[in-house]
Design a protein around this ligand. Structure first.
Ligand SMILES: [Fe+2]
Ligand SMILES: [Fe+2]
Length: 468
């Protein structure tokens, strides 16, 4: 069976609303009952007036008008009737004389009745004892049954008199009030039930499923499991749940693709980084070969720098940059003439000055790039002959004004030069090396780095043996 749509549910509720409207109409009709009831009472007053008129006429015809009070007293004694009395016209008074105690004086209302010849009804249902006052005229007629002109010396159509009576409405008002109260209770009961029903409808068919859908959507997105669309009662929510399933399925698929692409990019990025590292290292090796440096000097300086940087407390990325940049520390030597670079003996003062230019040349070769690794390499090339006490070259920087990369490479470059054989010297024994770095602690080298080197000498020597 197909589930109801929100539209159908709304229509159903509208029907209930229309029923309420019908009920209200019924209430209005019931209220009209009051006016109908009043009309009935007016008709009743007219009927009683006719009876009074007929009675009086018969008294007149029987010439027993003097006895009419008994008759009027009996009428007056009827359950509903109060204060029935007669109002006599001037014409009748002129002909037969004034009336007696049961005949009323004229007031402005009876005057109106005499003037118009129409009955007047006055409803008073506000007081404790509600009543309907009716003033009904007797009009002179010449019909065969009742020819008034046989006794009255007036023209046909003259108002001869009027019956002025009151009908008691207490009972009628009580019944009407009870009826209205009952209808009021029923109406409010219906309205209350409809409101409750509407709340329940909204709660069950809109609010609850919506909250459930939101929760299930969050779960579906996180766990990549589809929502059970069949559990929703409304067709719309079932459709939305299925759309969400399609969407989350597609999102999960795309997520997988993105993750796969990210992995590929990561691999590619690592490969590029590796290629760059190897390229820089190769550049260092090219320089090493041209300078006829000891085998693996570049490789050992790289390893020593990495170790010392790590022991010093540089971040992983800084250590990485240092290791990639260190091989290029002497790249500037590519700009030094062979006659000086490869001279076996001691350099003259002038030659030494030329040789010192390799720091500036290396810096110029590398500093054009904005890439962090080449920036690091430019710093190292520039500063690896600076000394802690400021007596180094080319800038004569001192202490921490020398970049940590420069300070590290200075120490490990000298350490490797001392620990290996060169064309101009033999390799030094370990005690001599230690004595030298201790002597230069705070002069040529950063004291903290010397301490770290000495403390980790075994590890440095292990690197030296591994890459001999
Ligand atoms: Fe150098
Ligand atoms: Fe070197």
């Amino acid at each position: 069976m197909q589930k109801p749509t929100i539209k159908r549910i709304t229509l159903k509720n509208l029907m209930v609303f229309l029923m309420l409207l019908s009920l209200t109409t019924l209430v209005v009709l019931t209220i009209n009952f009051r006016s109908i009831s009043v009309r009935i009472m007016e008709d009743k007053a007219l009927a009683i007036s006719e009876v009074v008129k007929a009675g009086l006429t018969s008294h007149m015809q029987a010439e027993i008008m003097a006895k009419r009070d008994y008759y009027l007293a009996e009428i007056n004694a009827l359950t509903l009737v109060n204060n029935v009395s007669i109002v006599r016209s001037k014409e009748v008074t002129n002909q037969f004389g004034a009336g007696h105690w049961r005949e009323k004086e004229h007031d402005h209302i009876t005057e109106e009745v005499f003037k118009t010849g129409q009955p007047i009804f006055i409803l008073n249902d506000i007081e404790m004892e509600p009543y309907l006052r009716a003033i009904v005229p007797f009009i002179a007629s010449t019909s065969e049954q009742l020819n008034c002109l046989r006794c009255h010396e007036v023209e046909e159509g003259t108002v001869l008199g009027a019956v002025d009576l009151r009908l008691d409405l207490t009972e009628y008002r009580d019944v009407t009030a009870k009826l209205l109260i009952a209808i009021g209770f029923v109406t409010f009961g219906f309205i209350f039930l409809i409101v409750i029903n509407n709340f329940r409808t909204i709660q069950r068919y809109v609010q609850d499923p919506l909250n459930s859908l939101i929760k299930k959507t969050e779960d579906a997105y996180q766990t990549h499991t589809p929502i059970n669309a069949d559990e929703f009662e409304c067709l719309e929510f079932e459709h939305v749940a299925r759309e969400i399933n399609l969407f989350t399925g597609e999102a999960a698929h795309r997520q997988e693709l993105i993750e796969q692409k990210n992995m590929e990019l990561e691999v590619m990025s690592k490969e590029i980084e590796q290629t760059l590292q190897e390229t820089l290292f190769t550049m260092g090796v090219i320089e090493e070969h041209r300078s006829k440096e000891t085998n693996n000097h570049t490789l050992r300086v790289t390893q020593y720098s990495q170790l010392l940087g790590s022991k010093y407390g540089l971040s992983d990325r800084e250590v990485e940059l240092l290791a990639m940049a260190a091989p290029l520390h002497d790249i500037g030597k590519l700009g030094i003439p062979d006659s000086i670079l490869l001279k076996p003996g001691k350099l003259s003062e002038q030659e030494y000055e030329v040789m010192k230019n390799h720091c500036q040349i290396g810096h110029s070769m590398l500093s054009h790039s904005k890439r962090d690794v080449l920036q690091a390499a430019a710093i190292i090339a520039h500063q690896h002959h600076e000394k802690w006490d400021g007596s180094g070259y080319p800038q004569g920087l001192a202490g921490e004004n020398i970049h940590i990369y420069g300070r590290i490479v200075t120490l490990v470059d000298v350490f490797d030069a001392l620990a290996t054989k060169r064309i101009y010297k033999e390799k030094w024994a370990l005690p001599e090396i230690i004595a030298y770095v201790e002597k230069e602690r705070g002069h040529q080298f950063d004291p903290a780095l010397v301490d770290l080197l000495l403390k980790n000498m075994d590890t440095f020597l292990a690197i030296k043996h591994r890459y001999h």
